[in-house]
Design a protein around this ligand. Structure first.
Ligand SMILES: Nc1nc2c(ncn2[C@@H]2O[C@H](COP(=O)(O)OP(=O)(O)OP(=O)(O)O)[C@@H](O)[C@H]2O)c(=O)[nH]1
Length: 320
């Protein structure tokens, strides 16, 4: 089925630039400050850039790797002007992102089977339901038949919210009574999708991190039950993280990765935060590709992630 492009390149760039404004300003200020008055990239500049990246939430290990790559370049090229630093940073950071850059723009739907089943995990409040709603809308607009499954059966509000998004997107939501078995909802949803010839299934799950074993068992059960209907399910386990929490999102991601085999990330709420640099460290250190980013509350504010576009936007406007 391939990749669906919902946005024009221009629209995407506008949403990205606007959404990343706070992060951009912070990164640009810090990098500009780091090299102020210097014309050559030397140890002092590199130390300052290192500090700038760490304080931009990029993450310590990732920052150290970026700096050592730049050091290697500087050693090889002997003299590197600070005016070249932005393009070097862009190149080295783009190269660090997990996943093949040609494949990182949203999900790639296979040709050999359907429905494509996406199981969405993440703690409450990170923007899981909103992300599911936006995805459903965008897939529907791209001509796909979508079914949502309300497998967060612990909170009435979660089911209600998913139903609101289902209505907005114009896609059916499969649900059961509160407190029913989430795996049973997932089973019903995938069965409904098969019977109705749907292309995409998106399953919402409850994210209760306080009990890791419980979470792990529940997610494993949901996966196994879905496989009984469609052997390939789930095609993706999408972890939603709140990007405005910076390094906390990173810690949360590590816990989920221990509990289940997360295949992709959606990082939300990048608008309204200066901590967007965390996307770089999260993707690199966890070795899980970022597929979507959330840049606002509107239905069009979720966009397929492209590492080059992200890095370009982040550093655009630095005048060295
Ligand atoms: N600014 C901004 N807000 C967002 C974004 N994504 C989600 N939100 C908001 O974050 C809040 C929480 O989103 P939900 O989708 O309800 O989060 P959830 O993880 O499903 O949480 P529960 O429903 O509590 O499980 C809502 O007010 C959303 O509008 C985003 O990319 N940017």
């Amino acid at each position: 089925m391939g990749i669906f492009s919902f946005f024009s390149k221009k629209e995407k760039k506008e949403v990205l630039d606007t959404g990343l404004q706070k992060t951009k300003k912070s990164v640009i200020d810090k990098i500009t400050h780091a090299i102020a008055g210097k014309s050559r990239v030397d140890d002092e500049v590199l130390d300052n850039v290192e500090g700038a990246l760490i304080s931009s939430d990029v993450g310590i290990d990732t920052t150290l790797e970026i700096i050592s790559r730049i050091e290697a370049r500087v050693a090889k090229e002997k003299y590197v002007n600070t005016s070249e630093l932005t393009s070097i940073l862009k190149e080295e950071i783009s190269a660090l992102f997990a996943g093949d850059p040609t494949e990182t723009e949203g999900f790639v739907f296979p040709d050999d089977h359907k429905p494509f089943v996406i199981m969405v995990v993440g703690v409450n409040g990170v923007g899981k339901t909103t992300t599911i709603g936006k995805l459903a809308y965008q897939f529907k607009q791209a001509g796909l038949k979508v079914v949502l499954g309300a497998a967060d059966t612990f909170r009435a509000a979660a089911v209600d919210q998913l139903c609101i998004w289902g209505e907005r997107a114009g896609v059916p939501v499969i649900k059961q009574q509160m407190g029913s078995d989430p795996a049973s909802v997932a089973f019903d949803t995938v069965s409904h999708a098969v019977a109705s010839g749907a292309d995409v299934v998106i399953i919402d799950t409850a994210g209760r991190l306080h009990n890791k074993v419980g979470l792990m068992n529940e997610l494993t059960k949901i996966k196994n039950v879905m496989k009984k209907v469609v052997a390939t399910a789930p095609d993706e386990i999408l972890l939603v993280l709140d990007g405005s929490t910076g390094q906390n999102a990173f810690e949360q991601a590590k816990q989920f990765i221990k509990a289940t085999d997360v295949t992709s990330l959606a990082i939300t709420k990048l608008d309204g935060t200066a901590k967007g640099g965390a996307v770089i460290g999260i993707s690199h250190e966890l070795n899980v590709p970022v597929r979507y980013i959330g840049l606002g509350e509107q239905i069009n504010d979720l966009q397929p992630f492209n590492n080059r576009e992200f890095v370009e936007s982040l550093f655009e406007g630095i005048n060295l």
